[in-house]
Design a protein around this ligand. Structure first.
Ligand SMILES: Cc1cc2nc3c(=O)[nH]c(=O)nc-3n(C[C@H](O)[C@H](O)[C@H](O)COP(=O)(O)OP(=O)(O)OC[C@H]3O[C@@H](n4cnc5c(N)ncnc54)[C@H](O)[C@@H]3O)c2cc1C
Length: 598
């Protein structure tokens, strides 16, 4: 059975030493976030993750969810009780506004808690992510009455939320969705249609389920400009929050799937169900984007969480498993063989996982800080810059972190050899669970296209220019000597390749639109690797600053940061050269074969 220890120290290092949250007291809420509060919050979240959710992960995988003849769905043994603990602990509303019962803690902190949840039990975490995402969409787009009716119970976790976009024929292309909304004389709508793949669509953990549904109002224009967002509760609430009758919403079936068995993926039928418009008619996709962006960041975080737990178990196994002797001479003569951690190839896997996990975590924390600025800052210019950053970096965090999440889970499984393939050891569950993150919330190929086609050119390229300039200025201000050059030089080269690729795409996609699609996946990876390189420079700078005063465990921790950074820039970052070569090869060989040749 896998074990898990929440990486509190790594996160504190990022908050306190790398991103210096003490220097951000101007962000409302930050001055109250004292070191004591941060540590106590993370310690409580760690306890819940390690002691309650980790032991349930395997049970959730083995038992899965069950749909009964009456359409009800039960979650695996222990999930309901754990959810009660989770909501009573106030975790659901951790970052929600106090006005609706939330704790209003900064997003940067809830991002870290999400990492712990993802490491310990991804299927469980998804119940809260969907609810928090639905709440944020209501917060941004719902009427005052709707907020008053739904948010207090969603923030407390008494009611959960869902996101209903996908239909059997309409996944990536939401413009062709068919679910209908018929206006009623009382201002409500009758919603009819079938949605598929709805996470947490029906279950037994909350008193009510609030579905956010995309549908087309009768007579609305075709395409994405004719889609509206509706709130469709499972049980219709009265004004005082008590529940009246059953709405015509039912779960037709649940999917049998590769992983995340503890989370029910439902076919949801809306048969003249009563719903209410959220925001403006025909602007539903825009409103739903609030929820999707929240979910996309969470998916990026779960890539880090799964990498971390897979790494911890693989590292422990590598120190324990005895096979063969070290190439450079026997290391443990008193044992029948050396532990496999002495073998360079096993080290390659472990170092690769930790180098990208730590950089991915830094990217999440850095972006969490910007998220708080975007949400809370009084300074309009700072808010605009932070929103630009969020828009640009969201597809990178979603796709790049989740690609690494899966690659890391596979590498960690490989460290176990054949034992990694055996269910009892839990590593194959990480592989199966990680895989979905590359697909849902917009498949990673679509994230890459979003980055290369939409995000680069937004506001005349303001976001990308600001980011390139920030990294460029940072690298220029770092000393070339004193051992810093070994980190700075490769990141400078990666940045220059990324800039070259950006110019290449802009030039060639104007001549042939397929060029952008052909380049986008490699471009997102090149962008992600460069961003990770920047994160490593920031971590190196902080580690070097703290090192002289450190001793014992802390000194070892900081030294490990420097070594891991060196591994990243020397053995992972060079991939950026190959990516640039691939991008500049263009679309021709990809697009040349006629369809019949496939
Ligand atoms: C376990 C699970 C949980 C889910 N949870 C939810 C949920 O809670 N709510 C919800 O609404 N949906 C949910 N989904 C649906 C998920 O978001 C979609 O499966 C996903 O967006 C892809 O849509 P699709 O499956 O129809 O694939 P398609 O859209 O058919 O895409 C197939 C492939 O073609 C590529 N592709 C498609 N169009 C383009 C294009 N224009 N350019 C380049 N490549 C393209 C895609 O990248 C993909 O690789 C879930 C799915 C699963 C499996």
């Amino acid at each position: 059975m896998p074990t898990y220890k929440a990486p509190i120290r790594d996160n504190l290092f990022l908050l306190n030493d790398v991103f210096r949250i003490d220097q951000h007291a101007d962000i409302p809420g930050y001055s109250e976030m004292t070191p004591d509060i941060i540590e106590a919050t993370l310690a409580e979240a760690a306890k819940l993750s390690e002691q309650v959710l980790t032991p349930l992960n395997r049970i959730g995988d083995e038992e899965g969810c069950h749909r009964h003849d009456d359409g009800s769905v039960t979650t695996p043994k222990g999930f309901k009780e754990a959810f009660k603990m989770f909501t009573e602990g106030g975790w659901m509303g951790m970052s929600a506004p106090a006005e609706f019962g939330g704790q209003e803690l900064p997003a940067v902190l809830s991002g870290i808690v999400s990492e712990f949840l993802a490491s310990s039990n991804l299927a469980f975490m998804m119940f809260s992510v969907l609810t928090q995402g639905a709440s944020s969409a209501l917060l941004d787009h719902a009427s005052t009455e709707q907020k008053k009716l739904y948010l207090p119970n969603m923030v407390s976790g008494k009611w959960t939320g869902t996101m209903n976009l996908t239909e059997a024929h309409s996944g990536t292309d939401l413009g062709i969705l068919r679910t209908k909304a018929k206006p009623q004389s009382d201002g409500s709508y009758k919603i009819s249609g079938t949605k598929i793949f709805i996470s947490a669509g029906e279950h037994d953990m909350s008193e009510n389920i609030i579905h956010l549904v995309l549908a087309r109002i009768e007579g609305a224009p075709a395409g994405v400009h004719g889609i509206s967002l509706f709130v469709v509760p499972k049980f219709i609430p009265n004004a005082d929050g008590s529940l009246s009758g059953n709405n015509n919403v039912s779960c037709g079936s649940i999917e049998h799937k590769m992983g995340i068995h503890g989370n029910c993926t439902c076919v949801m039928n809306f048969d003249d169900a009563t719903g209410w418009l959220v925001g403006e008619a025909n602007h539903g996709l825009n409103a739903m984007f609030t929820m999707m962006n929240h979910a996309r960041l969470s998916v990026g975080i779960l890539g880090v969480g799964l990498s971390e737990v897979a790494y911890q178990n693989a590292a422990a196994y590598a120190k324990d498993r005895l096979q063969g002797r070290s190439l450079s001479g026997v290391k443990f003569p008193d044992k029948i063989a050396d532990p496999i951690i002495v073998h360079p190839d096993v080290r390659r896997s472990l170092m690769s996982i930790r180098a990208v996990t730590e950089a991915g975590r830094a990217l999440v924390v850095w972006t969490g800080l910007r998220h708080d600025i975007a949400l809370r800052s009084q300074d309009a210019k700072a808010r605009e810059a932070a929103e630009d950053h969020m828009g640009l970096i969201t597809p990178i965090i979603k796709a790049f972190n989740s690609d690494f999440g899966f690659e890391n889970a596979v590498m960690a499984q490989q460290v176990y050899g054949g034992h990694g393939y055996i269910a009892d050891n839990g590593m194959e569950q990480f592989v199966r669970d990680a895989r979905i993150s590359q697909i849902y919330e917009g498949a990673n190929g679509i994230q890459a296209l979003d980055l290369a086609s939409r995000k680069l050119s937004m506001n005349g390229g303001r976001a990308v220019k600001a980011l390139f300039s920030e990294v460029d200025v940072y690298l220029k201000t770092q000393p070339d000597q004193d051992g810093m050059a070994v980190y700075i030089k490769p990141v400078r080269e990666a940045l220059s390749r990324l800039q070259q690729a950006t110019i290449w795409i802009a030039k060639h996609s104007a001549e042939n639109h397929d060029e952008i699609g052909a380049a986008s996946y490699d471009y997102l990876r090149l962008f992600g690797l460069t961003a990770y390189g920047y994160m490593w420079c920031r971590m190196v700078e902080a580690a070097r600053r703290a090192r002289p005063a450190a001793n014992g465990d802390m000194a070892q921790f900081l030294d490990a940061k420097l070594t891991t950074a060196r591994f990243f820039v020397q053995r992972i970052l060079p991939e950026t050269a190959a990516l640039l070569t691939r991008i500049e090869a263009g679309a021709a060989s990809m697009m040349e074969l006629p369809v019949e040749a496939f």
